[in-house]
Design a protein around this ligand. Sequence first.
Ligand SMILES: Cc1cc2nc3c(=O)[nH]c(=O)nc-3n(C[C@H](O)[C@H](O)[C@H](O)COP(=O)(O)OP(=O)(O)OC[C@H]3O[C@@H](n4cnc5c(N)ncnc54)[C@H](O)[C@@H]3O)c2cc1C
Length: 405
Amino acid sequence: MATERKDVKQPKPLPAPNSDFYEFAETLPAEELAIVKKVRTYMETNVAPIINKYWVEDAFPFELLPSFKELNIGGLGIHGYGCAGGSQLLVGLLGIEMARVDVSIATFFGVHSHLAMGSIAIAGSEEQKQKWLPPMARMEKIGCFGLTEPLVGSGAAGGLTTTAKREGDTWVLNGQKRWIGNAPWCDISIIWARDVADNQVTGFIVENKTTPGFSVEKMQNKIALKVVQNGQITLKDCRVPEANRLAAGARSFRDTARVLRGTRYYVGWEATGCQMGAYEHAVKYAQERLQFGKPIGSFQLIQDFLAKMLGNITACQCMLARTAQLADEGKLTDQQAALSKAFTTAKARETVSWARELLGGNGILLDYNVARFFADAEALYSYEGTYQMQHLIVGKAVTGFSAFV
Ligand SMILES: Cc1cc2nc3c(=O)[nH]c(=O)nc-3n(C[C@H](O)[C@H](O)[C@H](O)COP(=O)(O)OP(=O)(O)OC[C@H]3O[C@@H](n4cnc5c(N)ncnc54)[C@H](O)[C@@H]3O)c2cc1C
């Protein structure tokens, strides 16, 4: 058995990569911290070893669904109706834990739990919440959120072309939705359409597997978030009962915006997790990769990259932690959520590009993991409202002038 010789100086063990430099997770109460640790272990044990293979194949890892359900985090941040509940900081730190290993898994969960379930929680009637939220919280039914259209992206607030026409107790939906995450395989679609009677935007719960007139085609050839299955939905005389119209409020785009206010800053948490994953892989690489006979981590310019990345990550965590406090207090405004989304996703682009550069040629090889974060950051920057749209929301709030058109 090898024993350590006391007379020979052993090299000091190198620090393990740690992107939570200011120990944010430690600010959670013990029971929420335990959930963060559970999800971290799950992501590192179950997702990390297989995710590159699925990314290459443009496929969703359905093999993970049974164990993912057992995490019991469906309906995170939503209280009652069998949902996981928890503080907004917990919502965010779980977004980080998922995205730190894979942004697609964080997105799949965000679309289901925050966008689809969140629409019902915010704009649904009491009966609708009782009916739909419990099975979605158990993740027996998976949801998607259909707002964007082939010809209408940033301009969704005023320009949706999908129509809803009331015929007695039925609504007839016609139109198309594009980019809809989870749509090719999920069970429940929240579809936003314009009521032809008054031009107001209204949300509908569509049971897409059993409603005639609903079809979906998987989008191909994405270069980011390849594990998330995005679909183009076609609604052709798709008949939905009045009972499935989001009835508590959704009678204008303001209600859609209320859903997006929460989910937009969730994208900020995903963007922070994305940076943390790329940073940790970069630190490890810097400790191991030798050039000029030394670890590249010992070079000043490489250390500069790492310190800049950590600064970005920590700035994003601080901004989002305050955003979460405002959300918990019910005070979060659209412009605050918009600034958080814009800032963190822009920083994510910067951080992942530094991580990519630090790895040299290996930075563009999937096997070294940073390349996946590098590509995925692009989608975060554009989805749920582009950087420009977020800044226009902020710009309008601070100047009093709308510059949208
Ligand atoms: C991976 C991915 C997943 C997505 N998932 C979903 C989903 O689940 N559900 C859903 O409904 N949608 C989803 N989307 C759609 C997403 O929200 C839209 O892509 C986004 O809102 C931008 O719309 P667009 O792509 O049509 O771009 P466009 O609106 O065509 O914008 C193109 C460019 O013009 C800029 N621009 C537009 N108007 C202005 C202006 N007035 N001033 C200055 N610049 C302007 C934009 O910032 C952008 O840079 C997803 C998108 C992606 C990429």
